[in-house]
Design a protein around this ligand. Structure first.
Ligand code: PSU
Ligand code: MN
Length: 310
């Protein structure tokens, strides 16, 4: 009998089920970035390119979301189009999951809720562009993304381009260290800052070999940690944006957000839109490029991990 199968909670695509049951690498992908992170129709095109990037590296993509009270593990093209175009699909982070499931609703999954789903589904890898983190001024606002807490609870390897500098990246790194989340910079020395190659902070570890990354991930799990390993890969040089330029724009956007009293789950999308506007869409282009390149890195590492386990 096959180990993986559809359940009351999980609706797999056939392709993902086949891959999991034959030990092939699968990479989970989030849907908040489709529903809330990018404009239509660029979001649809990007979601398809992300999936293609995963396939090109020899892995199977599984775009994750919530529909009809189930986690979808591997969206169809129609699903992706719906998440990209239908207004009002709620951004669903970890704590929202039970409510959305109980109401048999739809939910666009964040990094946190996507790795909850991936972990349940037996998908070991997840790739996205930017994770949430500790917000600037968190000493007062206490705004810390649930992504960081979820890393301590879900056994998934997470590949990302670090986090946007709309956050306090120094505090984000401190938080990850305190919470015992292994952090590896893929083929670079620094913790990247999404649009920027470097946040200015060094990463605690650099690795250049995919099998060595796979080994580190397995060591973490074999030690009994049911938690994430975080791997960062920087944006391509051609699409990178200068750190000082972004910094000025972010400071202005953060002041505006404060004046308008923007808080809670709306804060990240608000700041992202403000930065996109101020750069005439250059950050949107960077966002798309980094989503695609990270998906490729995630797939490459997932392939190495499957090889490591053989
Ligand atoms: N950062 C980005 N793009 C995004 C997000 C973060 O550069 O689309 C989304 C991701 O889904 C992430 C979530 O998990 O925002 C974090 O939101 P919050 O800060 O509210 O936890
Ligand atoms: Mn928040």
């Amino acid at each position: 009998m096959s180990k993986y199968t559809n359940t009351e909670l999980l609706q797999y695509s056939e392709e993902v089920l086949d891959a999991l049951n034959s030990g092939k690498p699968v990479v989970a992908l989030e849907s908040t970035v489709i529903a809330h992170g990018l404009p239509y129709p660029e979001n649809v095109a990007t979601a398809m390119k992300i999936e293609q990037a995963v396939r090109n590296e020899g892995a199977v993509p599984a775009t994750v979301g919530i529909e009809n009270g189930k986690f979808v593990i591997g969206m169809t093209e129609q699903d992706i189009d719906r998440f990209a175009s239908v207004k009002g699909i709620p951004k669903t982070t970890s704590r929202d999951i039970p409510v959305i499931l109980a109401r048999r609703g739809m939910g666009a999954t964040t990094v946190a809720s996507s790795i909850v789903a991936a972990d349940q589904a037996g998908v070991a890898f997840f790739a996205s562009a930017g994770i949430g983190g500790v917000h600037r001024g968190a000493q007062k606002s206490m705004d810390i993304s649930a992504d960081l807490i979820q890393f301590t609870r879900s056994k998934v390897a997470v590949v990302c381009a670090g986090a946007k500098s709309i956050l306090d990246l120094g505090l984000t790194l401190e938080y990850l260290e305190t919470q015992c989340v292994p952090l590896i910079a893929w083929q670079s020395d620094d913790f990247p800052a999404f649009y920027c190659e470097s946040s200015g902070y060094r990463s605690p570890h650099r690795m250049d070999d995919a099998l060595e990354v796979a080994s580190a991930i397995e060591h973490h799990w074999r030690l009994g940690n049911n938690s994430a390993v975080l791997i960062t890969a920087p944006i391509d040089k051609e699409n990178a944006i200068d750190r000082d330029e972004v910094e000025e724009i972010i400071q202005a956007a953060a002041r505006q957000a404060e004046r308008e009293g923007i808080r809670g789950p709306g804060a990240t999308p608000y700041l992202m839109r403000a930065v996109a506007q101020a750069t005439q869409g250059r950050t949107v282009k960077a966002n798309m490029s980094v989503l695609i390149s990270n998906a490729a890195v995630g797939a490459r590492l997932a392939v190495a991990h499957a090889e490591f386990l053989r």
